[in-house]
Design a protein around this ligand. Sequence first.
Ligand SMILES: NC(=O)C1=CN([C@@H]2O[C@H](COP(=O)(O)OP(=O)(O)OC[C@H]3O[C@@H](n4cnc5c(N)ncnc54)[C@H](O)[C@@H]3O)[C@@H](O)[C@H]2O)C=CC1
Ligand SMILES: [Mg+2]
Length: 337
Amino acid sequence: MLQPLKILFRTNWMSRSYSSYVSRMRYLNRIKEDDEVCQTALQSGDIFLFHKLAPLLQQTGSGIYQFPALQAEDVKGILENLGEDKEMMKDSVLINCTKQNKAQFCLDVGSIEQSAVENLCGGTFIDLRKAFFLLREPEAPLASRGQALLRWHQTNVFCSSTGQPTHRNQSGSQRVCLSSGITYYPKMSPVVITLVSDGKRCLLGRQATFPQGMYSALAGFCDMGETMEETLCREIAEEVGLEVESIRYSGSQHWPFPQSSLMVACHATVNPDNTQIRLDTMELEDARWFSLEEVQEALKIKTPPRKNEGQPTVFWVPPNHAIANRLIQEWANQLQP
Ligand SMILES: NC(=O)C1=CN([C@@H]2O[C@H](COP(=O)(O)OP(=O)(O)OC[C@H]3O[C@@H](n4cnc5c(N)ncnc54)[C@H](O)[C@@H]3O)[C@@H](O)[C@H]2O)C=CC1
Ligand SMILES: [Mg+2]
């Protein structure tokens, strides 16, 4: 009797007149939680290939890079063609679901010879740090999410309490240790990124590791137990010695580098009578107040400027893939007459 009920439940909730977004989110959740539903979805899903965490990209005739969704059947064909076990498909990890309710998975084929897969797929595996900036929305965040999930599985193979192997569910949304009973979920580290303004200027900083001339909004990881606001105020006090007066939320972004961070972007103001920067040189190489005109010039620079000998270093800001650029753009837009 259980089986018909289960089938009834599955078809019933899919046929009810939810909004398409709601039904898609409910379907995605079912795939995440129910191994059988996931196995069925995997048979006809989109598969995005990675090789040792580098996504497979294809280039169109006009030089545009794409993040190709391969059909599950085609991936099985590739595996067979290379003498690999089709069971490898079960290592796929659920990333998302398309608007047409098609499940999307990522699969790392790092155990197979890279060029053999590239030749069969007509693509190239490219390190995410480069691929991320070659792709456009929504492929860049999809590739980031896929790589972050695959990385998480590759680095959470053992239980941190018992040292025993952990076991994943079919979708890869969790891993569990059968002896400790601990369930592990993929994690992002929360980071607050802040554009500080004194009303006329904005404050940007740079770490020594940043490319030459690039300044960005100030960022910092949340310490255990902190609220976002506490992290923001602490990081601005720590890094540039200023006290924040007001905070306004702007948006958020998954940032895969170096590990997965959840960037929470905010605008903040400081008292215009107290703008003296006292730099924490342990954290930052430099931090400065920039005028609207300087920022508008920097926003026009779309690729890292070449350093010409004897020429002054050109000030530029992170590209629009990074949420820092959005904060800086928002600040400039609200200030320009
Ligand atoms: N998407 C964007 O627009 C931008 C992203 N970022 C990212 O924000 C993150 C934080 O920026 P930072 O100024 O470097 O942070 P931060 O100001 O907190 O300093 C980094 C320090 O945080 C500690 N730390 C490192 N990983 C941590 C973790 N997972 N949890 C808690 N503490 C940790 C370490 O002591 C490290 O030295 C970086 O990963 C950076 O890639 C930074 C600027 C722009
Ligand atoms: Mg910082």
